[in-house]
Design a binder for this molecule. Structure first.
Ligand code: BEZ
Length: 238
């Protein structure tokens, strides 16, 4: 019975559209109250399996190098692993002082890294996936909007380093969808055509087919141009 209860607790998984579960935590940048401290901003909450491991080190160097790019899109970064604060501090110091990788060196990780020895936060966010590893978080990525709502979730296993350009694309595409009331097709990048939301009636389906600004492959699959500068001007801070 006790075992069953533990299992249920471990696999609690927030879903897209849910409010981000609240927590307070100690981080390498001081205490945080999540998601309250990030109200009005996008935030990526991501987990990694362990400090002082190679895939995680390559990821942190890459993410830290891109932090300004995400900040321009009004998006903050917050990391987490089931390690203590002193391990985090020692690892981040080692990265800055000793590690050179793919042209990146002296990389300072300025975003907060949560200590989660108790696994409280990891369990709330379904970051522990026991059949992958029962004591290490998988590589989870939660995209949370300025109202504190989870908008995208991506999970990777321990062995697979994330593609950070894809994470950036997700942030831009979510904001473009909100700003312009459109959807974004496969592999979309700013400047590519966007999807017009599906016709809700036979009349609007017909109007759409006849609108010269809209390109319909069929009545249910219509795209339109969305200027790259318009998208970037709206989303990126000056
Ligand atoms: C790594 O980051 O290198 C790693 C961490 C845990 C398991 C496998 C790889």
């Amino acid at each position: 019975m006790e075992e069953q209860k533990l299992e249920q607790e471990v696999i609690s998984m927030p879903r897209i559209g849910d409010p981000a579960p609240e927590f307070t935590a100690v981080t390498t940048q001081g205490d945080i109250n999540f998601p309250k401290d990030y109200a009005g901003e996008w935030v990526i909450l991501f987990s990694h399996p362990a400090d002082f491991t190679p895939v995680c080190t390559s990821e942190f160097m890459t993410f830290a190098t891109m932090e300004e790019k995400f900040a321009k899109a009004n998006c903050k970064l917050v990391g987490l692993s089931i390690d203590g604060l002193y391990s985090h501090i020692a690892w981040l110091r080692t990265i800055k002082e000793k590690i050179e990788y793919k042209g990146m060196k002296n990389v300072e990780v300025k975003f907060p890294l949560i200590e989660d020895i108790s696994m409280n936060v990891a369990k709330k966010y379904g970051m522990i996936q026991p059949n992958e590893d029962s004591t290490k978080a998988v590589r989870a990525v939660f995209f949370i909007d300025p109202k504190g709502i989870i908008r995208t979730i991506i999970y990777y296993p321990l062995s697979l380093g994330r593609n950070f350009e894809e994470l950036y694309r997700v942030v831009i595409a979510l904001q473009a969808a909100d700003e312009f009331g459109v959807a974004t097709p496969a592999d979309w990048q700013p400047g590519d055509d966007v999807i017009v939301s599906p016709a809700g009636s036979c009349g609007s389906a017909q109007e759409r087919m006849e609108d010269s600004a809209i390109d319909c492959k069929d009545w249910f699959f219509c795209t339109k141009k969305l200027d790259k500068n318009l998208v970037l001007d709206k989303i990126l801070k000056k």
